[in-house]
Design a protein around this ligand. Sequence first.
Ligand code: ATP
Ligand code: MG
Length: 467
Amino acid sequence: MNDRILVVDDEAGSREGLRRLLEAWGYEAETAGSGEEALDRIEDGRATAVITDLVMPGLSGLDLIRRLKADYPLPIIVLSGQGTIEQAVEAIKLGANDFLEKPVEPAKLKILLEKMDGARELLAENRRLRAELREKGSFGPLRGISEKMKQVFRQIEQVAPSTLSVLVTGESGTGKELVAQTLHELSPRRRNEFVALNCAAIPATLLESEIFGHERGAFTGALQRKIGCFEMANLGTLFLDEIAEMDENLQAKLLRVLQSKHFRRVGGTEVVESDVRVIAATNREPKKAIEEGRLREDLYYRLNVFAIELPPLRDRPEDIPLLARHFAEQAAVHGGAPIPPFDQSAMDAMMMHSWPGNVRELKNAIERATLLSGGSAIMPEHLPPEVAMAGLEQRTIAAAQPRANGNGNGAVDEQAIRVSIGSTIQDAEEGLIRSTLAHTGGNKTRAAKILGISVKTMHNKIKKYGL
Ligand SMILES: Nc1ncnc2c1ncn2[C@@H]1O[C@H](COP(=O)(O)OP(=O)(O)OP(=O)(O)O)[C@@H](O)[C@H]1O
Ligand SMILES: [Mg+2]
């Protein structure tokens, strides 16, 4: 959405002058000659900010602000002529963002507008997000309809605009990085960098220079000065992923920097300042990581000013259909294909699977299924064997009750596959191959061995049955 500023002034000269100035700076501008006209214009919802004079015949600037604040949470800059300073103060009390004395000094106005941008966009974004959230369980890039995820969304909304550190915890694949990105996107820092650093992916010896940068010659191979993540993220957000995998000494250094906001590059003497909002994540249980000596307690308390805990997917199965459709849509749009519907049997299988890899596992499964289904309904056979099996086992168990496994103990034989009279040989073969693949975790060579066929035949059958 473009910035569109409504200029309200009864003096045509001043109004038009401002409009030209704003347009020269790349804003869209519209004007109103009175408070009443301003209220008319604002109704179409296109204005994103208001600059208004205070002393006008009819509806005064202060009245206009009162009316605007009640219905349209737009940022407002007030223009005060001589002798209206008290009114300007009153305007601020009513909720105007700032005031500027007439005649307007362009440089000052520019600064105010830039300051306002952040506040205004955040307001608009929040409104949009809240509406979306209410409707269909979507919050920025995140999806979830379960109470647990709605709680997470509320937490994000609450903490995003601040500069508080946030610690995001949750099992692998639960969406920690996406939450960190969303926090950044909903903060006034979103115009600046979001720098993500995975502490587990970088050798301990290099991590310090990765975070803080280094000077030329700091160590063998340091041929040039390097700017670290802390500097890159200045005025933005630094996401420290897998924080518990960071070396203990480095954790101590990080804590010092978080407190003092300045540091030196590795091998350097110059003190560098950086204003960074830190979001950290770990898939370990923080308390346990502290006990095991992986996470420094003092750093934990510094980072854990605000904690967001992402529940595993198995604890919020209500989210599965919504997420599945979301990923199918994404994958289809990405591949330029129609969005496939889900057959109920496929949805049932997904609801029964425990998703140890959480949302990431679901996303991968759906991407693959969308591809395999070729635009027609997603069936269990398009899902990874272990997911399809979750449904199959359930159905087999249900159908087989109280079929015993022959040991006389009444337990259901989960290794068995059930073939009903009326099935074709092909049906039976397909079922057998699918179950065997599930048993081997998708390993085709092992499955082929078990079934006594060649790997080539196995590949042909997989293709034939679309497994
Ligand atoms: N609630 C959600 N809505 C939509 N997409 C999600 C959601 N949660 C996770 N995802 C997607 O699932 C994948 C995994 O998420 P992400 O990388 O954020 O997980 P993580 O918790 O950081 O995992 P790890 O600990 O393994 O790094 C990503 O592709 C992400 O976009
Ligand atoms: Mg991650």
